[in-house]
Design a protein around this ligand. Structure first.
Ligand code: ZN
Length: 437
C-alpha cells in the first residue's frame, strides 16, 4: 500500500466502545478500514487514537469577494447595507488577475484547514462575467487538491436586473446566468427575496427551476435571507422542485425568514421541504451578525430553524458564506469555527446535536454538493483530515489543529498541535486543553 493511517478514531466511533482502525490507502483510494491492518506501506501516519474525518466541505461561499477586506475601504458599520454598497464600489475595479490571486490564496487557507470542497456562488450580474471567468480558471487550477463547485448567482436579481426598455431584452439577468452556465458554472442560483415583488420572486424560482430541470443541473438559491416572516419563497422552491422531479438536487441557502415565521405555517412547510428533498444551508457566522439589525430588544437570531429541520428529515449544512469581504471582516476558512457558531446559535448542545453540527460541515454538505467517493470507507477517495481531537465534539470545542490533511492519498498540509508551555510552580510544564483522563 502507499499509505496507512494507524489507530484512527472515526466520526461514527464512540470512545471506550469502538476500537480504533487502520486506514489503508492505495493510489488515490481507500482500500481497507479495519483494526490492526496486517499490511505494510511506503508511508505510515500514527493517529494515536485521534479523530480521522472526511474533509470539511463548505456548502455556501462567495469566492469572488473573499479576501477583498479593505478594498477600497473597510465596512465601518459592519452592516449588510454598507456591505452591499461596498461591493458596488469594488465591482468596477475588479480585475481577473486580482480575483484569481485572492481566490487561490483562500484555497491555500482552505487546504491548510482540511477544507477540500467548496460550493461558491459567483455573481453574474456584471455582463462581462469577469468573476465567472476568473473562478473557472481557479477551479481548473485547484482541481488536483480542492473541488470547487460554482453557482451562477444573479446577485442583483434575475428579473430585477433585466433591461426594462420596450423592445429591450426582457430577461437580461437570465441571459447572463445562462451564459455563465454555458461557460462551465455547475449550479443554478437565484435570489427570489430580492426581486421587486413576491410575485416576481416566485416567477424567478419557476424560471430557474425549469432551466435547471432542462439542463439536468442542481439548484442553490439565496432564499428568504430576511427577517420578514412573510418571505416564503422556500415554499415555492419546494413546490417547483416537487413538480419538476428535482428531488435531492435543490438547496435553499440562508432561509433566515423561517426564524420569524408563524409556527403553524412552519409545521406545514417542513414536510413540504422533506417531500421535495430540498436541503437547507444555514450560514451562522454571517446571519447572526447581519440579521435582526432593525430589531431593538429582544433581537432575533439570524438563523433558520436547524434542529427542527434535522428532526423533520431535511438535510442541513452550515456554510461559511464570507471571509474578509465587504460583508464580513473575520474568518480563516475554518469550518470548525462555523460549526461552533451554528451549534451555539441553534442551541444544539445535546450530544447528538453536537455531532450533527460536525456533520453539517462534512457529510451533509458533501451530499448537497453531490460529491462522489466521499467518506472513510473502502472504495472512497483517500481524502481525510487528522484532527488533534478525540471525537467530533472535541474537534468543535477546540477548533482542533489539522495535524495532517490528505488529498487523493497524498499529505497536502500539516499543522502543529496547539500546546502551551507553562511556568508555574508545582503545575505541569505543558497543557493541550484535552481532559487528561
Ligand atoms: Zn451567500
Amino acid at each position: 500500500m502507499d499509505l496507512i493511517i494507524r489507530r484512527a478514531v472515526l466520526t461514527t466511533h464512540i470512545a471506550h466502545r469502538d476500537e480504533p482502525v487502520d486506514i489503508g490507502i492505495d493510489g488515490d483510494r481507500i482500500v481497507a478500514v479495519e483494526p490492526r491492518l496486517a499490511a505494510a506501506a511506503r508511508e505510515e501516519i500514527d493517529a494515536a487514537g485521534l479523530l480521522v474525518a472526511p474533509p470539511f466541505v463548505d456548502a455556501h461561499f462567495h469566492m469572488d469577494a473573499t479576501l477583498s477586506y479593505g478594498l477600497p475601504r473597510v465596512n465601518a458599520s459592519g452592516t449588510l447595507l454598507e456591505g452591499i454598497a461596498l461591493w458596488g464600489e469594488l465591482k468596477p475595479h475588479l480585475t481577473q488577475d486580482a480575483l484569481v490571486e485572492r481566490a487561490l490564496q483562500y484555497c491555500d487557507w482552505a487546504v491548510a484547514r482540511g477544507l477540500l470542497a467548496i460550493r461558491s456562488h459567483v455573481d453574474v450580474s456584471d455582463a462581462r462575467l469577469l468573476a465567472v471567468e476568473a473562478l473557472l480558471e481557479v477551479k481548473r487550477r485547484v482541481a488536483p487538491y480542492l473541488d470547487l463547485q460554482l453557482v451562477a448567482f444573479p446577485q442583483d436579481g434575475l428579473l430585477r436586473s433585466a433591461d426594462a426598455r420596450p423592445g429591450g431584452r426582457p430577461l437580461g439577468g437570465f441571459d447572463n446566468l445562462k451564459r455563465a452556465i454555458e461557460m462551465g458554472a455547475d449550479v443554478v442560483g437565484g435570489i427570489p427575496h430580492f426581486e421587486r415583488t413576491m410575485a416576481d420572486g416566485a416567477e424567478s424560482v419557476r424560471l430557474l427551476c425549469e432551466f435547471a430541470a432542462e439542463k439536468g443541473l442542481r439548484v442553490d438559491m439565496h432564499c428568504d435571507e430576511s427577517d420578514d416572516p412573510m418571505s416564503r419563497h422556500i415554499e415555492t422552491l419546494a413546490a417547483q422542485t416537487h413538480r419538476l422531479g428535482l428531488h435531492g438536487r435543490v438547496a435553499g441557502s440562508h432561509l433566515t425568514s423561517m426564524h420569524s415565521m408563524d409556527n403553524y405555517y412552519v409545521s406545514k412547510l417542513l414536510p413540504l421541504m422533506r417531500e421535495a428533498g430540498v436541503a437547507a444551508i444555514a450560514n451562522p457566522l454571517i446571519n447572526i451578525t447581519l440579521q435582526g439589525r432593525s430589531d431593538t430588544y429582544p433581537k432575533r437570531r439570524g438563523m433558520t430553524r436547524v434542529p427542527e429541520m434535522l428532526a423533520a428529515g431535511i438535510n442541513v449544512a452550515f456554510g461559511h458564506d464570507c471571509v474578509m469581504d465587504p460583508w464580513y471582516s473575520l474568518g480563516s476558512a475554518d469550518m470548525l469555527e462555523v460549526a461552533h457558531m451554528g451549534l451555539h446559535v441553534a442551541q444544539m448542545t445535546g450530544v447528538d446535536a453536537m455531532r450533527a453540527s460536525f456533520d453539517a460541515v462534512t457529510v451533509n454538505a458533501a451530499t448537497i454538493l453531490g460529491l462522489e467517493g466521499y467518506g472513510i470507507a473502502p472504495g472512497c477517495y483517500a481524502d481525510c483530515v487528522l484532527l488533534d481531537a478525540r471525537d467530533p465534539i472535541d474537534a468543535i470545542r477546540l477548533r482542533a489543529a489539522r495535524l495532517a490533511v490528505v488529498r487523493r492519498g497524498r499529505v497536502v498540509a500539516r499543522s502543529p498541535a496547539a500546546r502551551a508551555a507553562l511556568s508555574l510552580e508545582g503545575r505541569p510544564a505543558e497543557v493541550d486543553f484535552k481532559l487528561s483522563r
